[in-house]
Design a binder for this molecule. Structure first.
Ligand code: GLY
Ligand code: MN
Ligand code: MN
Length: 464
């Protein structure tokens, strides 16, 4: 990822400055470096908010934005000896031209300069409960400022959560972000195709296939197209492992006749993709596998149709559940003599035995991206109901109204663990189909369909 002075970072900082008011100040560190063990660190990944406002990917950096629209960056100083070991540092002298910030200092000056920057501000904004120890740092700077009160300093009266305005800004993806997300989605889609084809080809050649072989194919495709890393731990789940929702790619044997569920997406220049496909290891779905697969796909079709500007965030989930509930009765996963009609299945949440997660989440810089799931214009409106399954009192709030530029996943599934009354031919089948959608004025754009979802189309590509 290269550091570049592009106008949208400055535009985002200006929008934030307008939000915090002329006497506000916002303080934002990037992510900390994390030790893995002894002399090894985890690969550094910048903080998403920080990158959103700066495009800067070095560690040990802070942004200070004041309500008059001025930005100060604190970053690592140039240090030839350290750069020989760790690589290039931009340094404070080059930062204004490279990043479009107004001023830059060495991060070593943070504690001496922050009290002065905070002087005479009415509110200090920083992200709450996201950076360990940040509140203590801010406390220290405010304390230093207050200690100079006899010299006429004025300490901010308010501390405000910076996540609020930044979450709202990040929820609507601009044209640049949408373009990046389309590119990330395309790379990931091709990686899924590659893993499917490799799986069938290896089995045809009589070779042993393990989950890690397919994980390697995904990574190969991500990296060769410039993705920095997977956006989250790839799930490659063979057979019954697909019924473990947070399974990770491991060493499980991929068996002829079983399904493989892959939930994997790359991160490209700070933006995530998130795709799930479930395919037959040998390239041909069995009857029961295809029956459940088509049910999940029909439920996804219903969710896609419900994803449009003006709809609620919960509409795709409700559409999914309606199709799955009817389908579970039709295919015999649920017994209507025991659970009743489709309305009863929904009302009593009987489908939950086989479908126990939500149908989507916001997607962006973070795979589970930020942004309120309740509608801000209806805050304070609540209704209460008793959950039929648990008996707990649930407080419902109006769900977010979808707007063009919001990006979300659509990911229904069915997971069949063996149990009393569960038809044996469905045992241990786990299926999820997940695509990434940009909400548009008239519906939604699926960015991830370079890997097909139709069962026949998947079989066809696996023959290739
Ligand atoms: N891969 C994470 C998710 O689907 O939410
Ligand atoms: Mn997802
Ligand atoms: Mn996923």
């Amino acid at each position: 990822m290269s550091t570049s002075c592009t106008p949208f970072y400055a535009q985002r900082r200006a929008a934030l400055a307008a939000h915090i008011g002329p006497k506000g100040i916002a303080i934002l560190p990037t992510a900390p470096e994390q030790q893995r063990n002894r002399d090894s660190d985890f690969q550094f990944r910048h903080d998403s908010y920080f990158y959103y406002l700066s495009g800067f990917t070095e560690p040990k950096a802070w942004l200070v934005i004041t309500g008059d629209g001025k930005t100060t960056l604190f970053c690592q100083p140039k240090d030839l000896e350290r750069e020989i070991w760790d690589g290039f540092r931009l340094g404070p002298d080059a930062a204004p031209a490279a990043l479009g910030v107004d001023t830059a200092y060495s991060v070593d000056e943070l504690d001496t300069r922050l009290p002065g920057l905070l002087d005479s501000r009415d509110a200090v904004w920083f992200p709450f409960a996201t950076h360990k120890g940040l509140e203590t740092r801010v406390d220290g700077w405010l304390g230093s400022l207050r200690a100079r009160i006899r010299y006429g300093t004025l300490t901010p009266e308010q501390q405000r959560d910076l996540c609020g305005p930044l979450d709202e800004m990040r929820l609507i993806k601009d044209a640049h972000e949408q373009d990046l997300m389309r590119r990330a989605a395309k790379i990931s889609a091709n990686a899924h195709v590659r893993a499917m084809q490799k799986c069938a080809a290896m089995l045809r050649q009589g070779r042993e296939v393990r989950e890690y072989h397919l994980d390697a194919e995904l990574l190969h495709e991500f990296r060769r197209h410039g993705s920095q890393y997977p956006a989250y731990g790839s799930i490659v789940a063979a057979g019954a492992n697909a019924c473990v929702l947070h399974y990770r790619a491991d060493a499980g044997l991929v068996r002829d006749g079983e399904l493989v569920l892959i939930d994997a997406g790359c991160e490209l220049d700070g933006y995530a993709s998130d795709i799930t496909r479930t395919f037959p290891a040998n390239g041909k779905y069995t009857g029961p596998q295809r029956e459940l697969y088509n049910l999940v796909l029909a439920s996804q079709d219903a969710a896609v149709a419900a994803t449009k500007s003006g709809a609620r965030f919960t509409d795709p989930h409700d559409a999914t559940v309606a199709v799955l509930a009817q389908g579970m009765l039709d295919v015999g996963l649920l017994d209507k003599n025991k659970v009743g009609s489709v309305e009863d299945v929904i009302e009593k949440r009987a489908y939950f035995q086989f479908y126990m997660h939500r149908t989507g989440h916001w997607l962006g810089m973070d795979v589970h991206d930020c942004g309120a799931y309740t509608e801000p214009s209806q805050i304070g409106q609540t209704s209460e109901r008793k959950d039929a399954l648990t008996g707990q009192l649930i407080v419902d709030r109006p769900a977010r109204i979808l707007q063009p530029g919001m990006v979300l996943t659509i990911e229904p599934g069915i997971y069949v663990r063996p149990g009393e009354g569960v038809p044996e031919h469905f045992h241990n089948i786990g299926i999820r189909i997940e695509d990434d959608a940009i909400v548009t004025a008239s519906g939604c754009e699926l960015m991830t369909r370079d890997v097909p979802v139709d069962a026949d189309a998947i079989e066809a590509l696996m023959r290739g």
